[in-house]
Ligand binder design. Sequence first.
Ligand code: PMP
Length: 284
Amino acid sequence: STVYLNGDYLAAADAKISPMDRGFLFGDGIYEVIPAYQGKMLGFNAHIERMNNGLNEIEIKLGYSTDKWREICQQLCEKNHGDNLGIYLHVSRGADTKRAHAYPTDITPTVFAYVFEIPPQPVSDIEHATTYTVSLEQDKRWQRCHIKSTALLGNVIHYQQGAAAGNKETILYNRIDEITEASSSNVFIVKEGVISTPPLDNQILPGITRWLILNILHSHSDFKVQQRVISKTELLDADEVWITSATKEVGAVVKVNGKLVGDGKPGKVWQQVQSLFTKHKFDY
Ligand code: PMP
């Protein structure tokens, strides 16, 4: 495949990064994943804004404009094949000459981007939807989960806990039994018709899909929607549970720790919300 590295488009096998890169040695970097279907990107501006927020927060000065990122993404979609692509963007602090924790001020960030195949766009009918069985575990990651850091070991270990139990995701709760998010998704529940999701803070990534869902629900439906603390007990007792991410969109959870959610099929509210999402997701 053709990848982007520091201004050049080249074959993946020819893309070389220094082992002294702090992205490699410290996980010192920020990343994004943007879906593109037939070259049409989903939530592009919001993804770039989140990446810029992350770069600002960890003081990496890059200075790529939104147009420059758009051009890179479009070029990668054109140069590679596939109707359904995830565009991976990665900025690390760069290669240092010595090993020191402090941010070096005189190095150039490393910018890398490539595309990979993702599943086709999710459907909104109950019989054909991709469904998710999940584990439920205590969140043992760091306290800066709002930063989309390339240091993903905490998330990887949590995902693996679920995978080892035969599940496709792991939903997490904090030390006082409040739901945070999942290892690579945000979480929503539905109880008696009310849709709830945890509020944005340092415990969760501000998901672009979460943001899109909230926007779409506010402007195209009269569902009751709340951003509020959700307890572990409430999640286990919910009528519906969803995990959301750029590629899953509204993902219906059918089992939590082996226990059925509702009747074990995607719910009625899920069906309505994934349909609205399908209809309006490119409006933002
Ligand atoms: N939380 C975590 C920890 C994630 O890795 C992701 C996926 N990037 C999400 C939430 C969902 O974010 P988005 O909707 O932007 O894909």
